[in-house]
Each structure stands twice: as C-alpha cells, then as structure tokens.
Design a protein around this ligand. Structure first.
Ligand code: HEC
Ligand code: HEC
Length: 424
C-alpha cells in the first residue's frame, strides 16, 4: 500500500492520528490542481482571443477583398477592445424624462419666443436639416436670419463651430471647452448670451411665457404636482429642465455600425471593415474616440491651426486653458463624439476642415505639430501615421457607417407663441 504509506495511513497504525497530515496533503493537492486549471484556462483563452496588436498585424497580410477574413479580424477587434453596445443615456434623478416634459422641451427648443428679439430659437443653429447643427464653419448669432447655413453672413459671427445636439446626453462635458457639465446648465447659456439669443431679463422671459395659456397648461402638466395652470410652474429651472429632457431623447443609436456590433455581418461594406481596422489600429483613433460614443469624455489638443493651409499658425482659441486658467491646457478641446459625423461638416472647434478626407490628412500628418506648428499641449497620441491612400479612404468609409439611419426630429407645425417655428 505505498499510497497509504505515503500519506501516513497504514493498517496497524491508528488512522485518526495521521488524519491532519492526510487532510493537509489533500488540500495541497487540490490547490495545485486549481492553480494548474486556472493557468491552463488563461493560456487557452489567450490562444483563442488574439490582442488588438496581433489582429492588426495579421490584417497586413490580407488581400483587400478577402471579406470573410476582414469580418473575422473586425469581430476579433470588437472583443479584444471589449466594445459595448450603446445604451440609453442616464437621466438625472431630478429630471426623469417624463413624456410631458419632453414634449414641452421640444416646443421650447423650436420657439423663438425665448430670444430677446423673438427671432431666434435653439433650432436656428441646431436644425434637423443640418444634423442638429448648422453646417457653418462658425455659428451666426445675434441679428442672424434663417436657419442652418442660410444664416451665413446675416448676423454676428461667433467664435466656434456649432456642435450637433444629437447625443449631447452622452457628453460628460458640454461645449468645445467643457465649461458646462449638465444639459440643464448648458441651456441657460445661449438664452442669455449677448451674441446669441440675447435675452436680457429673466423676469421678462417668464412674463412672456406666462402670458401664453398653452404654455401655462404644458408647464402645469410637466411640473405641477397640483397641476394648477396658473403659470407658477413657469420658472427658469423648469425651462432648462424641459429643454434638457427633450435633448436627452435625441440619441443616435441606429447606425450600420451599431447593427454590425449587434451581430449583423451584412451591415458594413468591406471598405468599412478595413476602415474599422485602421480606426482601432494604425490610426489610433479609438484611443480618444472610444466606442460606443466615440469620445472619451475628456479634452485634448490635436494642434488645430487657424486655417487649413499648411504652414498656418496654431489657432489662438485657448479652449480649456481659459476655463482652468492654465497655460499647459492651451488649445485643448473636448473630444467630440463621431456619431453622424459625415452630416455635420465643417469640422473642429473652429470649423476649418470642410471634409472628412481633410481631417484624415491632418491626423496622418501628425496634427498641428506634425505640420510644423509649435503646440505646447499636443497629445502624444497624435503623431505621424503613415497611412496608405487606401487606408485613408477606408477610414473615411468607416466614419460614414456611423450615420444615423433613423429620421431626425420633425419641425413642429406651430409653436405655442404663434411665432414662426424655428424663427426668421
Ligand atoms: C446662434 C446660434 C446658436 C443658438 C441660437 C443656440 N446654440 Fe447651442 N451652440 C452654438 C454654438 C456655436 C455652440 C458651441 C459653443 C462653444 O463650444 O463654445 C453650441 C453648443 C451647444 C451645446 C453643447 C454641445 C456639445 O457637444 O458640447 C448644446 C447642448 C447646445 N448648444 C444646445 C442649445 C440649446 C438648448 C439652445 C437654445 C436654448 C441653443 N443651443 C441655442 C450655437 C447656438
Ligand atoms: C488625442 C486624442 C485624439 C485622437 C488620437 C484622435 N482624435 Fe479626433 N479629435 C480629438 C479632439 C480633441 C478633437 C477636437 C479638436 C478641436 O476641435 O480642436 C477631435 C476632432 C475630430 C473630428 C471632428 C469632429 C467634429 O465634429 O468636428 C473628427 C472627424 C475626428 N476627430 C476623427 C478622428 C480620427 C479619424 C482619428 C484617427 C486618425 C482621430 N480623430 C484621432 C481627439 C483625438
């Protein structure tokens, strides 16, 4: 009985005396087995799931037309990068997105009564025909007429490009320089900005809205816990809550890319599959433009110049540097989300890039610094990329897979003030 002897149990001895030794040995044996199984499991998984770097390396040997292999590589990338499906945004506890608030916010968004001279609504600059932006390099504010790019040259020239309000619910920070946090806080700013909607008096704004019976009813049903339509619920904070509740419903969640992530292989063209590999791989785009929102919630400097010509100096907008009053943050801007990006040209905080092709060239050059500009704050991840002509074109194709497949919101036929919806 060598085994019995080994563990100290043998006939003739009193077995209970050696019991502790036996238990110890069995425990030891089990531990060794568990560790071995764990190590093996890890090795096994590592063999089954290649890393991003390995997948990108493997893609270099592929023929551009080998669709099954490009599918395999991109599926591998999605799991290597633990890419999540997009989910609904979180609604704050004090503004739960009740249908009555969303409807009220929708009407306020399109109603020019909010602006000082009753000509401009939020939709003058954030219009459904322009991807909820305006299609202009920089916004046109006070005195402007029309909406979207029709406003060009009609009013005061703003300093920055108008971002889309689609998916603003997913922003960690609002504005190019991140100076606002919540949508409720953000909505106050354009209403009272002298060069935008130029509303000069809170009292006057509330008086105007309280004089309209339809608004008294709408505010009462959205906010009145006793539902008296006496206008007492028409307050500044309820105005911003309603607008924010509406904005939180403007989410782009249905794109070819999302359908692909959910498992439908037919949604992306082979060009787009190759472009996705550039996006995660050599292009390094996903380091900052992280799916599912295609931003990282923070700010960075890419060294955007003042004009698109090579040799142009750095743009003089301090961005986040002025918000936190630090020189090393000069020129930092919020990483914008890229959903629907092909519909919101021109690009960057100063709107100098008219096309996605030109943006890709800029990154391929290594951003501002790569173009020879001295940029103190440029992020180290923006560096020369050496992309081929094909890779650049594929990257642009991939960005187009982020286009919204659902119709944008409809402009209301009428707004409670009786003024022309959107404004004039
Ligand atoms: C005159 C044009 C104009 C009007 C009117 C206007 N906006 Fe904007 N909006 C802009 C510009 C320009 C910016 C970017 C400013 C900046 O980053 O400094 C912006 C930024 C925003 C952002 C931040 C988006 C992001 O990704 O950071 C939101 C949200 C927004 N506006 C909502 C509204 C709402 C709500 C209204 C109406 C109350 C409104 N805007 C009225 C031009 C306008
Ligand atoms: C270091 C982080 C970082 C990396 C890496 C990066 N971006 Fe960006 N991206 C930004 C920031 C920040 C902005 C805004 C810069 C500004 O306006 O000054 C931006 C702006 C953009 C815009 C303009 C969007 C708009 O609405 O105006 C596009 C398109 C874009 N990036 C695509 C890409 C692509 C494609 C890559 C990879 C080749 C990439 N980015 C790599 C941070 C990054």
């Amino acid at each position: 009985m060598p085994i019995l002897r080994l563990i100290g149990l043998s006939a003739g001895r009193q077995p209970w005396r050696s019991l502790p030794r036996a238990v110890l040995l069995i425990c030891l044996g089990l531990t060794v087995l568990a560790v071995a199984a764990w190590r093996f499991g890890r090795l096994d998984k590592a063999a089954a799931a290649p890393t991003t770097a390995e997948l990108v390396e493997a893609s270099r040997r592929l023929s551009p037309e080998d669709r099954p292999e490009w599918l395999r590589i991109t599926r591998g990338l999605l799991s290597a990068e633990s890419v999540q499906q997009i989910a609904a945004p979180v609604e704050p506890i004090n503004n739960r997105g009740e249908a009555t608030r969303v409807e009220l916010g929708y009407l306020l968004f399109f109603d020019p009564i909010i602006s000082g001279d009753r000509t401009t609504s939020c939709a003058s600059c954030h219009h459904p025909d322009y991807g909820m932006a305006d299609g202009l390099p920089r916004g046109v504010g006070l005195g402007g007429h029309g909406y979207g790019s029709q406003r060009a040259g009609t009013g005061r020239q703003l300093t920055r490009n108008t971002p889309s309000v689609f998916n603003s619910a997913f922003n960690v920070l609002q504005f190019w320089d991140g100076r606002a946090g919540t949508l409720e806080e953000q909505a106050l700013i354009p209403i009272f900005a002298e060069d935008e909607m130029n509303q000069t008096s809170v009292a006057d704004l509330l008086r105007r809205l309280r004089a309209i019976p339809r608004y008294r009813e709408l505010f009462a049903s959205a906010f009145g816990y006793q539902s008296k339509a006496d206008g007492s619920e028409i307050t500044l904070s309820n105005i911003t809550r309603a607008i924010a509740a509406f904005e939180r419903k403007l989410n782009i969640v249905e794109t070819a890319y999302d359908r692909y992530v959910r498992g439908d292989d037919t949604q992306l063209t082979t060009d787009q599959l190759r472009g996705m590999v550039v996006f995660f791989g050599q292009g390094q785009c996903a380091v900052c433009h992280i799916p599912p929102h295609f931003h990282d919630g923070v700010l960075a400097s890419t060294g955007v110049p003042v004009t698109i010509e090579k040799g142009a100096p750095l743009d003089n907008d301090p961005g986040f540097g002025a918000v936190i009053r630090r020189r090393d943050a000069f020129g930092q801007f919020k990483t914008p989300g890229l959903r629907n990006v092909s519909r919101t040209a021109p690009y960057m905080h100063n709107g100098i890039f008219p096309t996605l092709e030109e943006i890709v060239e800029f990154y391929n050059d290594g951003g501002g610094r790569g173009r020879g500009i001295e940029v103190i704050s440029q992020d180290s991840k923006v560096e020369k990329l050496n992309l081929s002509v094909q890779q650049k074109a594929d990257l642009v194709s991939f960005l187009k897979s982020l286009d919204n497949l659902e119709p944008p919101p409809v402009v209301p036929a009428a707004v409670p003030s009786g003024l022309p919806p959107v404004g004039r």
